[in-house]
Ligand binder design. Structure first.
Ligand code: ATP
Ligand code: MG
Length: 241
């Protein structure tokens, strides 16, 4: 039963619809049956599964044995709560994020909607120019919405955006924060620009579309982009030393 997630909300639903323990066992078995590995990262493991008749992704934080167990637990709890809180804030700001079905702090796990489609990072490799430019304008609008609402993503790259038809869904807010600091917003935009110069180096001119729509949707973004120039200069100076 190690993988069974019954969150407080689901336990309440289970009581309301009078599920018996054998029903719950059947749910647990269904839940286990459909699991396939999505990705095993250094900090988290992601699996696809059927859960309560829905296609979901389980994001399971990896326990780090080299950390003191109490410290590791509080770090995991902090990251999960932070990720969920920022996903909800982003949704409120009008940015598409996966629906969260369950949060299990005891087992360091989030159960969320599985988004069909591919990462924007991969899509940008093959999309025709016009469509790629439209995607980039949307990326700029998303960054603008986040920053206008003082949400800093913390790892704003095209690996953390999924393309579902014409919709871009943002994931992986675990390193994010709520802040009005220009510097933090600048680091977000700097990371995004770096992604265009590395992962998308063949189409790095597309970043112009990101910047244009970012400033159009968020006029204060001009100051953020100025900050990015400062961050880049600082980086070059440090690298030379
Ligand atoms: N809701 C989702 N729907 C579909 N695929 C997802 C979803 N969430 C994550 N993925 C897939 O799993 C990959 C890794 O997810 P994510 O970026 O959240 O993990 P991570 O980078 O390992 O996490 P962290 O930086 O928090 O340690 C994504 O690039 C994406 O391919
Ligand atoms: Mg990620």
């Amino acid at each position: 039963m190690g993988w069974l997630v019954i969150s407080v909300a689901n336990a309440r639903i289970a009581r309301k619809v009078c599920l018996t323990s054998s029903d719950i066992l059947i749910i647990a078995e269904n839940f286990l049956a459909a699991m396939t590995v999505h990705r095993v990262g250094a900090e988290a493991r992601l699996d696809s599964a059927m859960w309560m008749n829905r296609l979901v992704v389980l994001k399971q934080r990896v326990v780090k044995s080299y950390r003191h167990p109490t410290l590791d637990k509080s770090l995991q709890t902090y990251r999960i709560k932070n990720e969920v809180r920022l996903m909800l804030e982003a949704r409120k700001a009008g940015v598409s994020v996966p629906i969260i079905y369950s949060v299990d702090l005891a087992d360091n796990r989030i159960v969320m909607e599985e988004i069909p489609g591919m990462r924007v990072k991969d899509a940008l490799e093959s999309l025709p120019s016009e469509k790629a430019e439209r995607v980039c304008m949307k990326i700029g609008e998303i960054a603008a919405r986040l920053h206008a609402n003082d949400i800093v993503h913390g790892d704003l790259t095209t690996s953390n955006m999924l393309l579902d038809d014409d919709r871009i869904v943002v994931i992986d807010f675990s390193l994010g924060s709520k802040t009005s600091e220009l510097e933090d917003k600048g680091v977000d935009m700097h990371l995004l620009e770096e992604a265009f110069h590395s992962a998308h180096y063949k189409r790095s001119e597309l970043y112009e579309a990101v910047k244009d729509s970012y400033v159009r949707a968020y006029p204060a973004g001009a100051a953020v982009l100025k900050k990015v120039e400062e961050i880049e200069k600082r980086g070059r100076y440090t690298r030379k030393e």
